[in-house]
Design a binder for this molecule. Structure first.
Ligand code: 13P
Length: 233
């Protein structure tokens, strides 16, 4: 396949993921943005364009020096650029203002290991970053700090960021972060819930890694407990 065909295919996939962000309820209006590593830079959603009307050609090509080709890039291009630059382990950055994650973020609450699924972001907590004005370098700096050794964070008084190797895994994680946030908000109505100890969370995270837990089928990520076999009939 030529580079142009690859690029168009990636643009179509991005539009599909953006529409699924809205359909899943984690995003609405012109909130949210998405970027994917591509060529020597990355593709990013344009600023203030509703996903229902966005077309593959509307996606913006950016370089790591902040120059771009096409429409005006997302106002949050700095944190997309900085995360992709500093985190070679991921290729996709997804940001949204999902309701329950943002409910916790407006209270600057870090999500503790009240439920083992907190481990899907790669650590014992899902941190909440300090607040800074949207679109600023300060917000990008705070986001990078909160994402250290993690694949997701809450953004203080703003929303959430989820990262992935693929578009699918970033969307999956953003929906998980929203679900965990919803559980935590619900649990808090009965008081602060007990926290799983760090050594248990270490076992959980190791188990998740071993089993590619929760991710779409991955031939590399074998479940080491059960063995596949041919059907009997
Ligand atoms: P953009 O439309 O510029 O991407 O802004 C949306 C947003 O969520 C800002 O944080």
């Amino acid at each position: 396949m030529s580079d142009d065909t690859d690029n168009m295919e990636l643009r179509r996939e991005m539009v599909g993921i953006c529409r699924r962000m809205n359909a899943s309820g984690i995003n609405q209006g012109t909130a949210g943005n998405l970027s994917v590593r591509s060529g020597s830079g990355f593709l990013i959603t344009p600023s203030s364009l509703p996903y229902e009307t966005m077309q593959p050609e509307d996606l913006v090509e950016m370089d790591f020096d902040g120059t771009y080709v096409g429409r005006r890039p997302s106002s949050e291009w700095r944190f997309h650029r900085d995360i992709l630059k500093n985190r070679p382990d991921v290729n996709v950055v997804l940001h949204c203002h999902s309701i329950y994650a943002t409910t916790l973020a407006v209270h600057h609450k870090t999500i503790p290991s009240f439920h083992y699924m907190t481990g899907v972001a790669g650590g014992t907590t899902i941190r909440c970053s300090k607040y800074a004005t949207f679109g600023t370098q300060a917000l990008s700096d705070h986001a990078l700090e909160a994402l250290q050794d993690r694949l997701a964070c809450l953004l203080g008084q703003h929303g959430q960021i989820s990262l992935g190797k693929t578009l699918e895994s970033a969307l999956w994680l953003a929906i998980e972060v929203e679900t965990i946030s919803r559980m935590y908000v619900q649990a808090l109505t009965l008081g602060e819930p007990p926290i799983l100890p760090d050594d248990e969370m270490e076992r959980v995270i190791a188990q998740m890694k071993r089993m590619s837990y929760g991710h779409a089928p991955d031939p590399e990520g074998v479940n080491d407990v059960a063995k596949p076999r041919a059907p009997k009939h």
